[in-house]
Ligand binder design. Structure first.
Ligand code: WT7
Length: 649
């Protein structure tokens, strides 16, 4: 289809006022490559330092010495950069617009209010014995207290670990143990799409597991007033603790390389890993990318629809926007409630200028037809953004035409939990757009494509996406397991950061991410390891073996397709399928719900016993004609059986 080769040139009206036009992007990018020290030393000045750094970059990607330091002798405080320094100029400006799940509920929180409440909470945390270097787990709804909790931790030098509110008690327990958290901050319940989610009950259940006794207190925001159990001595109401505290709390001087947060994410093997992000480089990078990629202009209303449980929420709801003195909108609910017009209605209600969302949300709206946007005008929009997975050109065009009224550039931003901030994306005033391409690298980012042996490929080509040198926002390690960090990201190709993504580069040097090349799924922009789902399934008494693969899904991008081999004597019934579905939801969380379960009397394996996922992926995608070479299988006949009994999706 020809429309998929469309190019959308930069608009003059945008370039004229943008932070960067074509020439400026080219010059700055070149400088960031030629002189990273000079470039980032200058950029670090966008922050307020207690002690400005004299050393800028000290980084090594060498397999035997992965060591990443930025601004290593500098000292600063992230909360002071997001709050204190704005008070004089914009104390009364709205920092956070909060829009409730219920369309009649919203509020505006000024920078001064956010500063005072955050300080009170910081003092409250101190009164519970939380100090610099301690870790705190947050399991919270999308309410302003979530941002306050992150900032309060940052203020006193505690390290937060936010766990997405859709995860299960097991996931909470795993992360409390992994990070050694003394405190969990949660709410009685969260509210999404009119439904209540029992967060406190989940925490209670999590803290019954072995190993969680490191956690001494649970701080509970009263969100709904719903019924909850209460453990005297352990549980504390948020308001009761916070109301009585002073609104002044000195900001702890943190070294630039002190940890700011841990964030767990899934990989191709093993349990989720806690990426460690640090202070000075992370904030410099989050703030700079937020300014340039969204071309954020003074006074604009900016809305990122992510959840604070993901890195997008960290960098582009809280830290980047607040460091820049922006007004950031935080939405508690889901885009389909009470109706599918909600997203557009919120844009109108709060006069949103910049809307940053996910392809899956766009596709879900698109499935309802253009009329789904009739309840809103969206005249205030100036810019759109996309993140989480490749955006297919059809969805891009619909986003542009129907949501953006054909007047807003779309910035398709490729990045990862590990990268801390946006890596490949257009700049609105500098980059001509091609639907489906994340386009070109941000300042300081040096992408390359390599073949499976690690040889760099030149020109228009396709390969594995690596990054050749460090940028300030990148994760420094895996919490408590540096060796795993090295193994996962730096040992596949020596001296290079391996992203896990496949990618094409076209004749204009534009990057087109093609998706993960490892055993990681991307379901509605949520990242999941196939190994995690498999290990959940095999823990069920009926299951002998399980193999999980992704398959193309119209709305979610990828769906979850599961092949299950049952133990001898177990009947393969529909009831059992339902039970296994519930099992995985309970174990990991609703985001891991299987889309398809197929009974598999046998799985295709090599003679050495390795499951051939390539074949399973093809069958799941209904591409049974192109299975390729099956002669290396121990028993090729299992493939015929799987094709014959292929489950309908
Ligand atoms: C993986 C990272 C970055 C915050 C949200 C997800 C995929 C992300 C894009 C994009 C194509 C994308 C990649 C990446 N991805 N953004 N614009 N185009 N793919 O963070 O959970 O760490 O997942 O999401 O596969 O590796 P994450």
């Amino acid at each position: 289809m020809s429309e998929h080769n469309n190019v959308y040139p930069v608009r003059d009206s945008i370039a004229a006022k943008a932070w960067a036009d074509k020439d400026k992007y080219a010059a700055m990018y070149q400088q960031s490559m030629d002189d990273p020290e000079g470039f980032w030393g200058e950029q670090a000045k966008r922050l307020d330092w207690i002690k400005p750094p004299s050393k800028i970059k000290n980084t090594s990607f060498a397999r035997d010495n992965v060591d990443i330091r930025w601004f290593e002798d500098g000292e600063l405080n992230v909360a002071a950069n997001c709050l204190d320094r704005h008070l004089e100029k914009r104390g009364d400006q709205t920092a956070i617009i909060w829009e409730g799940d219920n369309p009649n509920e919203s509020k505006h929180i000024s920078y001064r209010e956010l500063y005072e409440r955050t300080n009170q909470l910081a003092n409250g945390l101190k009164s519970l014995g939380i100090k610099k270097g301690d870790t705190v787990t947050l399991y919270m709804p999308m309410i302003p207290e979530a941002a306050m909790a992150m900032l309060a931790c940052a203020r006193i030098g505690a390290v937060h670990s936010v766990v997405f509110g859709g995860f299960s008690p097991d996931a909470v327990a795993q992360r409390v143990i992994g990070a050694d958290s003394k405190l969990v901050i949660t709410a009685d319940e969260s509210v999404r799409g009119g439904k209540h989610v029992p967060l406190k009950e989940n925490v209670d259940s999590a803290l019954k597991r072995d190993g969680t006794d490191v956690c001494k207190n649970v701080l509970v925001v009263k969100r709904t007033g719903g019924d909850i159990d209460w453990q005297e001595g352990r549980d504390i109401w948020f308001d009761e603790l916070v109301d009585k505290q002073s609104t002044e709390c000195p900001a702890e001087a943190m070294n630039a390389e002190d940890p700011l947060f841990i964030l767990y994410t899934s990989g191709s093997t093993g349990a989720p890993k806690g990426l460690k992000h640090t202070t000075g480089g992370y904030l410099t990078y989050a703030a700079m990318t937020h300014q340039y990629v969204f071309d954020y202009q003074e006074g604009e209303i900016y809305w990122c629809t992510a959840d604070v449980g993901w890195v997008t929420g960290h960098s582009y709801i809280v830290y980047g926007p607040l460091a820049n003195g922006a007004t950031t909108l935080m939405f508690e609910g889901v885009p389909s409630y009470p109706t599918h017009g909600r997203m557009g209605e919120i844009v109108d209600k709060h006069q949103v200028n910049i809307l940053y969302t996910a392809p899956t949300a766009v596709r879900a709206l698109m499935a309802h037809g253009d009329g789904v946007m009739d309840s809103s005008k969206r005249d205030s929009l100036r810019l759109l953004g996309s993140v989480g997975e490749p955006i297919n050109p059809e969805a891009w065009e619909w986003f542009y035409r129907v949501i953006g009224n054909e007047k807003c550039p779309i910035v398709d931003t490729w990045w990862q939990t590990e990268t801390g901030g946006i890596m490949i994306a257009p700049l609105p005033g500098a980059t001509d757009l091609k639907p489906g391409s994340a386009t070109t690298p941000f300042f300081g980012v040096k992408p390359a494509l390599v073949d499976n042996e690690g040889h760099q490929l030149e020109g228009a080509t396709e390969g594995n996406l690596v990054i050749l040198d460090s940028w300030p926002g990148q994760a420094r390690s895996i919490w408590g397991d540096h060796e795993r960090f090295v193994q996962t990201y730096f040992s596949t190709y020596d001296g290079m950061y391996f992203t896990g993504d496949g990618c094409r580069r076209d004749e204009d040097g534009y990057y087109w991410i093609t998706g993960r090349v490892d055993d990681v799924l991307n379901v509605s922009g949520h990242r999941m390891g196939t190994a995690e789902i498999e290990s959940s399934l095999v823990a069920h008494s009926a299951v002998a073996e399980a193999a999980v693969v992704g398959f193309p899904h119209d709305i979610k991008g990828q769906g979850i397709y599961i092949y299950v081999t049952l133990n001898d004597g177990i009947d393969p019934t529909d009831e059992l399928k339902k039970e296994l579905t519930q099992w995985v939801r309970k174990d990991i969380g609703p985001i891991a719900s299987p889309d398809v379960i197929q009974w598999a009397p046998g799985l295709p394996k090599t003679r050495s016993g390795k499951i051939m996922r390539r074949i399973l992926r093809k069958i799941a995608a209904n591409e049974c004609d192109g299975l390729g070479d099956t002669s290396t299988l121990a028993d090729p006949s299992v493939v015929d059986d799987l094709i014959e009994h292929r489950a309908n999706q």
